[in-house]
Design a protein around this ligand. Structure first.
Ligand SMILES: [Zn+2]
Length: 519
């Protein structure tokens, strides 16, 4: 607050004395630390001045190739890894290439972990933590990046498949906060697994390959929408109406078998035909839906966005747009003083609950195992390791949208192309449910980002009374560690296709890496 006040005085003064001479005299006085004319405080350093001015990060790059190359790697990643299981598997595979071994493997080999060693813990294929051991004992604390890899979507119900007037459909139950009307008339794909009674788990991806059909939810034609359009936004399309159309060809019963059935045809021939296809392709029966996790997500690859190709349009960027640079920040990291951690969690979109959510003991248990492998584990030293840690909760922020300016306080909003969005607090109304990060820690993070030339901005989610949101920050803060939300600004957040700025993604990567080394 005090800093913004100072900036305000500075700008007003400039308006008052709008001559070139006064403006530059003012800056020079500030730069050399001299007393300012008229005793009004001014900027202590030019860098500080730039930060408050929120310079566009693209302007730092004469050649934006590193920005574009990083964004292309990310675009490919997010095109193929749309759900938490796929992300966890992708990062584990990359980590193993980078020299990581699982905690189980380390235990089996009776390995004593030392500085530079790399281990990971994972559970149920949906949550994973990567640790690179630091030179200092674990008790000194860790530098942690924490993002989530689940995203809003339509989950397939456990008894989903039915036929209605010659069409086969799948019943869904939406996951996370969505505007239901955004999920109709879109090409959808199914991603997930079917666990069978014999213990096998079948991986399913339907609708991504050009040779396969996509799926989707229909909407009412405008010609007959008089009643629908009178409804409130949250009722235009209701949850139970989000049924996915999957087929229309009936199963033909061979002439020889016709006699067995009264009318010479199966009862639900279109549904039967879909089951036949699933059996042939994946070896699964209708009952196997009972133990399946299938997620309907937008089909197709992520896109470059904008006439200048400066943005990315993709499904699930909340929060894979922070998970990916978090992983890249720890990948190939040189030896650090403090242990570096990249934590990628599930279930954030539904309150961080469950065995793979942040409220679980997964992370605490993983740190205990790592401590044991380092030697010197005790309950007390584990508590100290957690309390002495620093964390960036790498989660997205709502970017300013010129189409909807009224929900933002422009002075404290997140803007595209202005770097990492630091949310000192999230929550709603009177900071309810928020981790309000400590000022001293914010100062430390500012210095790390400045020194690494990683552009950043301090922002709020939106106007105070407009709503709110949360991340995993407040859960980690329960250990007494320093945490601040730090991520990429997103347009269309939680819509099927979200937009991000390529330069913001790159600045986040730079900031995250500097944090792992220097926090
Ligand atoms: Zn979200």
């Amino acid at each position: 607050m005090a800093v913004l006040q100072r900036n305000k005085i500075f700008i007003n003064f400039n308006k008052f004395f709008s001559t070139f001479f006064v403006e530059n005299l003012w800056k020079l006085c500030g730069f050399f630390g001299l007393a300012t004319p008229f005793g009004i405080p001014t900027v202590p350093r030019l860098r500080y001045y730039n930060c408050m001015e929120n310079t566009n990060a693209w302007l730092k790059y004469d050649n934006p190739k590193p920005v574009m190359d990083f964004a292309e790697d990310y675009r490919k990643f997010i095109s193929q890894n749309k759900i938490e299981r796929e992300c966890a598997a992708f990062f584990i595979e990359r980590a193993r290439e980078d020299g990581y071994i699982s905690i189980e493997e380390a235990k089996k080999a009776k390995k004593k972990l030392k500085a530079g060693d790399k281990v990971y813990a994972s559970a149920m294929g949906k949550i994973v933590a990567f640790f690179q051991i630091g030179k200092k004992p674990l008790e000194a604390g860790m530098n942690i990046l924490g993002a989530h890899i689940d995203s809003p979507r339509l989950d397939i119900k456990q008894n989903p498949l039915y036929e209605d007037n010659g069409l086969a459909l799948l019943d869904t139950h939406y996951y996370g906060g969505i505007k239901k009307y955004q999920w109709v008339t879109l090409p959808l794909a199914l991603h997930g697994v079917v666990a069978k009674k014999d213990g096998t788990v079948v991986k399913v991806v339907i609708g991504e390959d050009e040779s396969e059909g996509v799926l989707g939810v229909s909407d009412l034609l405008i010609h007959l929408s008089a009643d629908q359009l009178e409804k409130k936004g949250n009722k235009i399309v209701e949850g139970e109406a989000l049924n996915i159309l999957v087929g229309s060809i009936p199963l033909k019963v061979p002439a020889s078998a016709k006699a067995a059935s009264k009318d010479g045809q199966k009862k639900n021939p279109v549904k039967e035909n879909i089951l036949k296809i699933l059996k042939k392709k994946y070896g699964i029966d209708e009952a196997d839906f009972l133990s399946a996790e299938l997620e309907a997500v937008p089909a197709g690859a992520a896109k470059n966005y904008g006439l200048d190709n400066s943005m990315i349009m993709a499904y699930g960027q909340d929060d894979k747009v922070c998970a990916y640079p978090s992983w890249r920040a720890i990948q190939g990291l040189p030896k650090t003083d403090r242990t570096a951690v990249c934590l990628l969690v599930d279930k954030e979109e539904i309150g961080s609950v469950g065995a793979t959510g942040m409220h679980s003991r997964f992370f605490e248990n993983a740190v205990a195992e790592v401590y044991d492998l380092c030697g010197g584990y005790s309950e007390l030293s584990l508590r100290r390791a957690l309390a002495n840690s620093n964390m960036l909760s790498s989660d997205v922020s709502a970017a300013f949208d010129p189409n909807y300016p009224d929900v933002m306080d422009k002075k404290n909003a997140c803007f595209f192309c202005k770097g990492i969005a630091l949310n000192k607090f999230t929550g709603s109304r009177g900071k309810s449910g928020s981790n309000d990060s400590n000022a001293e820690f914010v100062a430390k993070v500012r210095k790390i980002f400045d020194d690494a030339d990683a552009s950043f901005q301090l922002c709020e989610l939106g106007k105070v009374d407009q709503g709110g949101g949360g991340t995993i920050a407040y859960i980690m803060a329960n250990y007494g560690m320093n945490v601040i939300d730090s991520g990429v600004g997103v347009l269309n957040m939680h819509a099927p296709w979200e937009i991000t700025s390529k330069v913001d993604i790159y600045e986040s990567f730079k900031g995250y890496r500097a944090f792992l080394i220097n926090a």
